[in-house]
Design a protein around this ligand. Structure first.
Ligand SMILES: [Zn+2]
Length: 212
């Protein structure tokens, strides 16, 4: 386990990072170990913007990266303002540990795409950089996609309205100063969106062309 010091045995998520290794240094005893500080890539957007469809379309097609939908660890216990941070820290810890095997992790998730949710996390330090991409579409398309979902997913009008607001928030990030890149999915085929997402990812990771 990465967060357990191999020397003193204490659990510390807040290791000191020395970029020269890079090394993770135990704040208790000073023990340092080399680790892989890879980029983390986050694909976000409101519900209905196309995250899950794009993730599914890309699975099995790009060996240099690990694609994961963050909803797989979602539990109702996280659905409180004081627990959201736990969810983000859990995913960053998971991605950090996976990337020690040498492949960058790409996380698909809604709240993950808000830099203010991720950048303050304790586990953020283990990544060289976090890259943010958001899928967006027009309001009407978003509402149609959400209303077409089965009832168990809870897409009532209040949820739809909330997601339209969230989609508009992402669209408002297109001002040049935001770290979030946008990809429009209205009237664009799933394959074409998935290809644009792959181009965006491949420009941000080190990989040998041909291995994708
Ligand atoms: Zn230690």
């Amino acid at each position: 386990m990465f967060n357990v010091c191999h020397h003193c045995g204490l659990y510390r998520a807040d290791k000191i990072i020395d970029p020269s290794g890079p090394y993770a240094i135990c704040p208790e005893c000073g023990h340092q170990h080399v680790f892989r500080q890879l980029p983390l890539l986050i694909i976000s957007g409101a519900s209905g913007a196309g995250k899950s469809s794009v993730c599914n379309a890309m699975l099995g097609r790009h060996d240099p990266i690990i694609l994961l939908d963050t909803d797989i660890l979602w539990r109702t216990e996280f659905n409180r303002p004081d627990k959201h941070r736990d969810f983000f820290e859990t995913w960053l810890r998971m991605a950090k540990n996976i990337s020690q095997s040498g492949r960058p992790v790409v996380l698909f998730g809604a709240g993950m795409g808000v830099p203010e949710n991720i950048e303050p996390c304790v586990e953020r330090r283990y990544f060289s950089k976090v890259h943010y991409l958001a899928l967006v579409c027009d309001d009407e398309t978003l509402a149609q996609r959400l209303k077409a979902r089965p009832a168990w997913r809870g897409s009532d009008q209040a949820f739809v309205d909330g997601q339209i607001q969230f989609n508009r928030w992402f669209k408002g990030q297109e001002d040049g100063s935001s770290p979030i890149t946008l990809i429009e999915t209205t009237d664009i085929s799933l394959d074409a969106v998935a290809e644009q997402v792959w181009v965006w990812i491949s420009e941000r990771i080190d990989f040998e062309p041909g291995s994708a």
